[in-house]
Design a protein around this ligand. Sequence first.
Ligand code: KIV
Ligand code: NA
Length: 263
Amino acid sequence: MRITISTLQKMADEGQKIAMLTCYDASFAALMDEVGVDVLLVGDSLGMVLQGADSTLPVSLEDMVYHTRCVAKGARKALVLADLPFGAYQEGPAQAFRSAAKLMQAGAHMVKLEGGATMVETTRFLSKHGIPVCGHIGLTPQSVNQLGGYKVQGKTDQQAQQLQADALALQEAGASVVLMEVMPASLARSITEALHVPTIGIGAGVDCDGQVLVLHDMLDIYPGKKARFVKNFMQGATSVRGGIESYVKAVKAKTFPSEEHSF
Ligand code: KIV
Ligand code: NA
């Protein structure tokens, strides 16, 4: 049976951790699906790991549609989540809906957009019109130029309060999931406690309802600098399947992320 937003809510309610990985093609989708990855994120990180760009900004909606279609072909059980890329939703709800509809028609079951308070209106519009939304707060890579680099977010009390308010506002607007990227583990824990909907963390500590990593990072095949929150799951594995299996097990058993991967 297909994993849906209701399944994710139930998992969070029951304290079963959600395992998510980025995925960009049908073969990996089939493999991940078989070993129990719950959510396949067609991330705009594909700009960096597939296209060799130095940020996610050059990724087009057409790129996202293409990879979403590939992933959807391979996924039977897993929920397919697709990123709205830079420039395809920031103009407002109407533009966001047009773009999100293309991703849904390509096989996505939910779309992800970056931003807190600024995305409340858009989140409300999409979710009211049949498109489940995953919010994305904290380090939002599409705003890297505004943020001044890939840095830990929410370190001051004021920033932390803003992130907490953003998460609650997204939930209130109808977001089905809130993803939190690179922030102190204590803040991610308090946001997870405050929210009813599931939270997914990357560099946000072990207390989120689920975890995500970029596939090429956890397989240790991305040539760039390795971030603190990344773990190489090929270490000790004898196959790619084994590495991905060990990621799923570690997320479910709450042994990943540990202190060394957190802020
Ligand atoms: O594009 C992506 O891979 C992401 C994750 C880092 C959350 O958005
Ligand atoms: Na992304």
